[in-house]
Write a protein that binds this ligand. Structure first.
Ligand code: OMP
Length: 277
């Protein structure tokens, strides 16, 4: 099965568009108090495991960000591998690595993500073009998926991604169209990352990428994105094809299960409301 078939099956199973982030920030794992790398890794594992246990009924998928594991040093990779083994096989794993490099190097990155870490999909920067993306989503990895950074959630996303091209379209719109064209020509499973902090960009990216494209929209919670406005702008006409990733908004809640459930319910209520409008 392709990545999007696996994702859609899980989305339907749990009736959820919530993607739970696994981001063990140093602050979360008490690294001021814990001394040894072993202690830090043990704390990061426990942090992630307790999030998975609390949120499994509400999670369409999980998104660990590799940065927080790399920050743990040589045992960080092993810790991430152990965390990913805690996720049941029917729940997709979207590994947030934001890679982008020449084809031969991209092939090695793809091996790292899929052979060792067993990710189902990754995040990529598409700015180096199709040959930097293809190794993650074609040939032996044709069943895997990738979300291309299109209009990111951070303030600096306006510095480059929102620039106007000579033909008047925005760079992020061009990326959204390319994702559509590359998927069509290669059969690859490509989605887009468009921040929930910019609903105008979400609407434009949806228009450019078409109805089928899945959009990952980070920025709800700690970054202040408006969940309802983002869903209105970014979902397709069937009220789906959008994943809402939340990391700190769940991991730092007093009751993580309740926070995840509340997000899932709010997303579904908005989907219903939009359908009936
Ligand atoms: P919270 O703000 O804590 O929910 O975390 C957001 C997560 O989404 C982090 O892991 C970010 O690296 C990631 N992210 C963004 O915040 N903005 C983007 O534009 C893209 C991503 C991403 O690719 O997931």
């Amino acid at each position: 099965t392709s990545f999007f078939a696996k994702l859609e099956a899980r989305v339907n199973d749990v009736d959820s568009l919530l993607c739970v982030g696994l981001d063990p920030h140093s602050k979360d794992i008490g690294s001021d108090d814990v001394k040894t790398p072993e202690d830090k890794c043990a704390a990061a594992f426990t942090f992630c495991k307790t999030i998975i246990d609390a949120t499994l009924p509400y999670a369409a998928c999980y998104k660990p960000n590799a940065a927080f594991f790399e920050a743990l040093g040589s045992q960080g990779e092993t810790t991430l591998e152990r965390v990913l083994k805690e996720i049941p096989s029917n729940v997709p794993i979207l590994l947030d690595v934001k890679r982008g490099d020449i084809g031969s190097t991209a092939t090695a990155y793809a091996e790292a993500c899929y052979e060792h870490l067993k990710a189902d999909a990754v995040t990529l920067s598409p700015l180096m073009g199709w040959d930097s993306v293809a190794p993650f989503v074609t040939e032996s990895y044709a069943h895997k998926g990738a979300f291309l950074l299109c209009k990111t959630s951070n303030p600096g996303s306006n510095d480059i991604l929102a620039l106007n091209l000579a033909n008047g379209e925005k760079l992020y719109e061009r990326i959204a169209k390319l994702a559509h064209d590359w998927s069509t020509s290669s059969g690859a499973s490509l989605g887009l990352v468009v921040g929930a902090t910019d609903s105008v960009a979400l609407a434009n990216a949806r228009k450019a990428a078409g109805e089928k494209a899945w959009i990952l929209a980070p920025g709800v919670g700690a970054q202040g994105g408006d969940l309802e406005a983002a869903l209105r702008a970014g979902m397709n006409s069937n009220g789906t094809a959008m994943l809402i990733p939340v990391s700190r908004g769940i991991s730092r809640a007093e009751d993580r299960a309740a926070a995840a459930k509340e997000l899932m319910v709010k997303i579904n209520e908005t989907r219903k409301k939009l359908k009936s409008e």
